[in-house]
Design a protein around this ligand. Structure first.
Ligand code: TYD
Length: 221
């Protein structure tokens, strides 16, 4: 049987530097000979890129529910077109934002019911949940200063208060999923990367160890 690819997600509030970290991590795995892809949400497919435009356009006056279902629509397409096929063929998928973004932003940020979001997500993606998540954490006050005021998109343009709610939402998720979500305190890009690699080495050693045991048991069993 072909080995399943892993799913690794990068999360955090706007400005935390997770896109830089996801790219660095992708290059590192690729250099080590791993079959790996890097995907960014929302978007990543033809339809998803169109949905992304609506979501980030400052002129879009959309309700929280409409926003939620657009993020989920973009993701459902990405799961079917890219994530599931990659994972099945043994490719590791690195995601710059995934399910926890929706729970943190639309759930804790906008105040929509978290169980509803989890329920819909389970309906189309229960077989492709992240194996490990790096949550890059800092306060909204520190991070929003990093973003250029004029260039901010619809979500980035929200208040510090909104982003602080999102951050607390992320921290709740991390508490609930302690094994999967690794909270990485934001430092310099190099310092943050070193922390991520440290957590990754622990995870991958444990994961490969478990796989060796299960192969051995199958042979002897
Ligand atoms: P993007 O330009 O990709 O920003 P970033 O580099 O911070 O990921 O824009 C994505 C924006 O969409 C970001 O502000 C977070 C928001 N978002 C949600 O609100 N819910 C979601 O489910 C996802 C995936 C993103």
């Amino acid at each position: 049987m072909k080995k399943r690819g892993l799913i690794i997600s990068f999360e955090g509030i706007d400005g935390c530097g997770k896109t830089t970290q996801a790219k660095l991590f992708y290059s590192r795995l690729k250099k080590r000979g791993m079959q790996v892809v890097l995907l960014n949400e929302p978007g990543g497919t033809y339809a998803g890129d169109k949905i992304r435009k609506i979501l980030l356009d400052k002129k879009s006056e959309i309700s929280p529910l409409c926003e939620l279902f657009l993020y989920l629509a973009s993701r459902a397409q990405l799961v079917g077109e890219m994530i599931r096929p990659c994972v099945k063929n043994g490719t590791t998928v690195i995601l710059d934002r995934y399910v926890d973004s929706t729970i943190a932003y639309q759930g804790w940020g906008r105040g929509l019911p978290v169980p509803l979001i989890e329920h819909v997500h389970r309906a189309f993606a229960s077989d492709v949940m992240p194996d490990i998540t790096f949550l890059i954490d800092d306060t909204a006050e520190n991070l929003l200063g990093v973003l250029d005021k004029k260039e901010r998109d619809r979500i980035e343009g929200e208040s510090v208060g909104f982003h602080e709610k999102v951050r607390n939402g992320y921290l709740r998720i991390a508490k609930r999923h302690r094994r999967r979500v690794k909270v990485i305190k934001r430092k310099t890009p190099g310092g943050t990367q070193a922390e991520i690699i440290k957590e990754w080495e622990i995870f991958i050693n444990e994961f490969e160890g478990k796989q060796r045991v299960s192969r051995k048991n199958k042979k002897t069993g």
